[in-house]
Design a protein around this ligand. Structure first.
Ligand SMILES: CC(C)(COP(=O)(O)OP(=O)(O)OC[C@H]1O[C@@H](n2cnc3c(N)ncnc32)[C@H](O)[C@@H]1OP(=O)(O)O)[C@@H](O)C(=O)NCCC(=O)NCCS
Length: 150
């Protein structure tokens, strides 16, 4: 069990994780991974890919594009472990800040981010489409230097 980098050849092992996913599609993410600004890691349990996390970064600023854990593996600390690992790796490449946006109603993700040290930095009203109407995006960021020095 452990983290490994996602590469342009990783598509097949990620497909089960994205079968019923909301959020960015695997096509979109696989297109990103071909670019030098994208880094991503997945978590493997034996041969099964059970989580993935995708980032873009320019200079010392990065953005979390997507994180997901297989439905039957949630609430076991995997999301936190993968995100902690990935942020650690990105910090060694010079990343100082990581930003993200998350649906206001996504309490699981918001709790995950808060637990790792992300803080709310703003809000985008009516940003996401929902079945009936729209919902706000919460903007969050983590100061990785402060976390490392604390
Ligand atoms: C968000 C997600 C990645 C969390 O992964 P996970 O492996 O279940 O999270 P963890 O087990 O590491 O839990 C991390 C924290 O979130 C909390 N949490 C996780 N799921 C929760 C839920 N459904 N409700 C409330 N809190 C939840 C945990 O209790 C833990 O908090 P704690 O440390 O204070 O106890 C997972 O639910 C998922 O894949 N969701 C669908 C995709 C998604 O929404 N991605 C985020 C896009 S912005």
């Amino acid at each position: 069990m452990g983290a490994r980098p996602i590469q342009v050849t990783s598509r097949q092992m990620l497909e089960p994780l994205y079968e019923q996913a909301t959020g960015p599609s695997l096509n979109f993410l696989m297109d990103l991974i071909g670019r030098p600004t994208c880094s991503a890691w997945c978590w493997q349990d034996h041969s099964e890919t059970v989580a993935s996390a995708w980032f873009t970064s320019v200079g010392d600023e990065g953005e979390l594009i997507d994180i997901r854990v297989a439905e039957n593996k949630r609430r076991r600390g995997l999301g936190a472990s993968l995100l902690r690992f990935a942020l650690g790796e990105l910090t060694t490449t010079g990343l100082a800040v990581c930003r993200l946006e998350v649906r206001q109603s996504n309490h699981a993700a918001r709790r995950l981010y808060k637990g790792l040290g992300f803080e709310d930095t703003g809000q985008r009203s009516n940003y996401y489409r929902v079945q009936e109407g729209r919902e706000d995006a919460i903007l969050m960021a983590i100061d990785l230097k402060a976390i490392l020095n604390s």
